[in-house]
Design a protein around this ligand. Sequence first.
Ligand code: NIG
Ligand code: FE
Length: 443
Amino acid sequence: MNVRSTPSPKRIKRKDPNNNDQAPQVDLIIIHANELVTMDTTYGVPRVGLDMKNLAIIPDGAVAIFHDSIIFVGTTQELSANFPPSEETVIVDATNRLVTPGFIDPHTHIIFDGYRENELEMKLSGKNYMEILEAGGGILKTVKATREAPLGRLIKNGKIILNRMMDYGTTTIETKSGYGLDTENEIKSLLAAKELDIEHPIDVISTFLGAHAVPPEYEGKTDEYVELIISEMIPRIAKEELAEYCDVFCEEGIFSIDQTKKILLTAIKYGMKPQIHIDEIVDTNGALLAAELKAVQVGHMLKSNNNGLEALKKTKTIATLLPGTPFCLMLKDYAPARKMIEMGIPIALATDLNPNCWTESMQMIIALACYHMKLSPAEALTAATINAACAIERQEEIGSLELGKKADIIVFDVPNHNFLPYQFGVNLVSKVIKNGKIVVDFE
Ligand code: NIG
Ligand code: FE
């Protein structure tokens, strides 16, 4: 296997020889990790092709943290020689355990009210996603509930989701509006996301998805709704600095390629960066458009054609694959992940958490990616950490365990990364460290 685990010198910050008596300050150390998955970025960012298997593992690994940052990564022996703990230092013994960077979930829809648990019966009786939507279910049912919910309720709902995500090892997410579908309710949704970012330990990055569906008052008038997005929503949201990215659900019967392009070109003009939901149900040539617009990331891609994939390969766009969605929709096809990896397209994984596909667990997504898209455990872990960081352009700060990066770390109660998909459907987390603090402790 193409796994390079030789310690690289850059990982070790040695004591200053001229200042021998001053021990470096350390708040928290992790020692004796059976497998310390560093995901060291010197081996490629994002990881593509064969390098997706390269986790840069350090056996008997150790990490030292000061404030919210990583100040040492290496072996336990190296740590002992350079960072003797003081009486105040918190010591996490990771003997027999797997330690990884915190999961990054780069595509979610956590701002909503209400439930859609009844839709499973509809799916079982043979209704597909579009039929459920046309029957007033799906996104539009959630839009009705979300419009009625006050801001405080959306924040409360979001906190419950974020707490569970953190329990399962997620330390940063991207989330979208898209269940308001009018200016006031889209802004309310983005304000909820902003407040969650402030109040919750998980970092929340916001995306404007006013083009998630056509709201009932614009039924049959999609172009007029696009006009509202362009002339009113985008300028307001940009002015109030409520979203870093702009996304569109580009799909047959939702927003066409031309409408998607119009919306995203306006968003770019207003300083938001493009993302797109593409080729989920029908191939609409979404991948080609994503390449043309140099989208930062694209979601779904179940049906993307070869031309689109070839075009995307030439860009920096990250293909964020969302295997929870075909799982919940009981589809037999998943995104062609193996083909993408062979082509050298960088892939990330995300939950796509939404009222249709509701899981907080990136561990679940890793399992689905392995069992349904044939990723190896190492590839899936790469897609859920460093490549997921690239999907939200945070690869300089998070996604790997390296000097100077944020101390966002998971300690799992299993000995190695192969256990992540192997022991599925349960939470394997022992501890989660966010910004250098233990925020989840199941011991
Ligand atoms: O990414 N496909 C579009 N949007 C969401 C689903 C939203 C919903 O069903 O509520 C997705 O899967
Ligand atoms: Fe989505």
